[in-house]
Write a protein that binds this ligand. Structure first.
Ligand code: RB5
Length: 145
């Protein structure tokens, strides 16, 4: 089973712990980048190492969580090999995979229930990229240097 990288700040800690347990109980391996308590931390300090690892192809898929999911996704999308998508419904996660070939799922820890978050994670992990016209579009996303 593949390894899912997971990371969060204090605002995502409780959801991270919940999702980690559910992933493990479904047979996934999990690489936890922290944080490991509700003590306040700066989300870039957690998300940079995780996103760098995805960029280096050490992990195919990751889940990142902060309060809104915004700061975490902004950091992750600094890496050329990362396509982080902020998703709050399973349908959005499905399209993030089908149309955008997203490889990092960003969740808004303060604005999503654990139950919906798990459904979003499952939709993300079980959906493949459609390719075709979407591949052409995804290939046109490139960093401005
Ligand atoms: C932390 O209070 C909060 O700002 C952070 O989790 C995140 O929402 C930032 O984008």
């Amino acid at each position: 089973m593949k390894t899912i990288a997971i990371g969060c700040d204090h605002a995502g800690f409780e959801l991270k712990e919940y999702l980690k347990e559910r992933l493990l109980s479904h047979g996934y391996l999990v690489k936890d980048f922290g944080t490991n308590s509700i003590e306040s931390v700066d989300y870039p300090d957690i998300i940079h190492p995780l996103a760098a690892a995805v960029d280096k192809h050490l992990f195919e898929t990751a889940v990142i969580i902060c309060g809104t999911g915004l700061g975490a996704s902004m950091v992750a999308n600094k890496y050329p090999g990362v396509r982080a998508a902020l998703c709050w419904l399973p349908e959005i996660a499905l399209l993030a995979r089908k149309h955008n070939n997203a490889n990092v799922l960003a969740l808004p820890g303060r604005f999503i229930s654990p139950d919906v978050a798990w459904k979003v994670v499952m939709a993300f992990l079980s959906t493949s990229f459609e390719g075709g016209r979407h591949e052409r579009r995804v290939n046109k996303i490139s960093p401005i240097l």
